[in-house]
Design a binder for this molecule. Structure first.
Ligand code: NAG
Ligand code: NAG
Ligand code: NAG
Ligand code: NAG
Length: 284
């Protein structure tokens, strides 16, 4: 029994190239071509590589046959293979992704007599990028030290939904007291979803020497490479609320007094000038 098992293992391991790594982006960025990567290995007793095939669904879209030094792209399913680079260890193709989800399969076969194959599949979905920058709402004109502000960041409808991260003065905010989870809306007719995340800012927790906190919201789609958009605003912090509002009204009062005094002075000067203009006439 054991002998049979070992013999079986030996057979299984020695007749076929095995796929060691299949890399298909889960979400494709619609603006760029996607790179699909298939790595395979040969055991010492395996026959040579016969062919590497790529499928989209059940349609073959690409074939590499090393014995014939040949690569072929098939257009039948509408997918265009735009580039390829294949050898006896790896086969990489770039494709222009199609809308929707498709299953991509890499299939490796070894030379006869058995022409044994190994295959692996992964799904890829074409992402839909958000149309707008993330939007920060609820920002107060300023916040007093000792108080807190609650702001909201919303990312536009996208596929998949964006994840949102908050930064205060470039520091990522992860404390659940400060920033909650990313909330995701229901899907619209096209399956797109919006997302939002709030930020509680306690100005006392930061060193606010400049008089403001730099708030940044970043929305990320897990395409490859990730699609990142962000929005930054300033939250002004009044350092000592009572003094500053007192100073504000006092300054206003001073300003008013000055204005009245200036007006009086102007009247006086006008009279004086008028007087001096009139005097020579009188003298004449
Ligand atoms: C495949 O499609 C591309 C563009 O879509 C075209 O340039 C090429 O000639 C087609 N190849 C075949 C074999 O039909
Ligand atoms: C095709 O791939 C090769 C090797 O990866 C690369 O050098 C070349 O620039 C690519 N060509 C295009 C048109 O992308
Ligand atoms: C691909 O998606 C289909 C349909 O959603 C699912 O049944 C299948 O398990 C997925 N395959 C992989 C490899 O994730
Ligand atoms: C944040 O914005 C989203 C969408 O704009 C809204 O549904 C949600 O109620 C807002 N949350 C808060 C706490 O203001």
């Amino acid at each position: 029994m054991v002998v049979l098992l070992i013999f079986g293992l030996f057979i299984a391991r020695s007749v076929c190239h095995t796929i060691t790594f299949l890399d298909v982006p889960r979400w494709a960025d619609p603006r760029i071509e996607a790179e699909l990567r298939c790595h395979y290995a040969k055991q010492p007793l395996d026959p040579p590589l016969h062919s590497v095939k790529w499928y989209r669904g059940t349609h073959e879209i690409f074939r590499y046959t090393p014995q014939e030094y040949e690569t072929r792209a098939f257009n039948s399913s509408g997918v265009s293979v735009t580039n390829s680079s294949c050898d006896t260890f790896a086969c990489v193709i770039t494709i222009k992704p199609e809308p929707g989800t498709a299953k991509y399969t890499c299939e490796v076969s070894s030379e006869g007599p058995r022409f044994a194959v190994d295959r692996k599949s992964a799904n890829m979905t074409l992402g839909v990028l958000p149309e707008y920058e993330p939007l920060i709402t609820g920002l107060p004109t300023f916040v007093n030290a000792g108080e807190q502000a609650l702001v909201n960041c919303t990312s536009d409808y996208s596929l998949p939904a964006a994840t949102i991260d908050w930064f205060v003065d470039s520091e990522p905010q992860e404390d659940p007291v400060i920033t909650g989870e990313t909330h995701v809306s229901g899907a619209d007719g096209d399956g797109l979803r919006a997302s939002w995340r709030t930020l509680h800012v306690y100005p006392d927790d930061y060193s606010t020497h400049r008089g403001f906190l730099a708030l940044q919201c970043r929305a990320t789609l897990p395409t490859r490479p990730p699609h990142v958009r962000s929005m930054a605003v300033r939250l002004y912090v009044a350092s000592r609320p009572h003094i500053s509002s007192y100073m504000l009204s006092k300054n206003n009062a001073v300003g008013k007094n000055n204005a009245i005094r200036l007006q009086n002075d102007l009247c006086l000067w006008t009279l004086l000038l008028l007087g001096r203009k009139l005097v020579p006439c009188l003298v004449k």
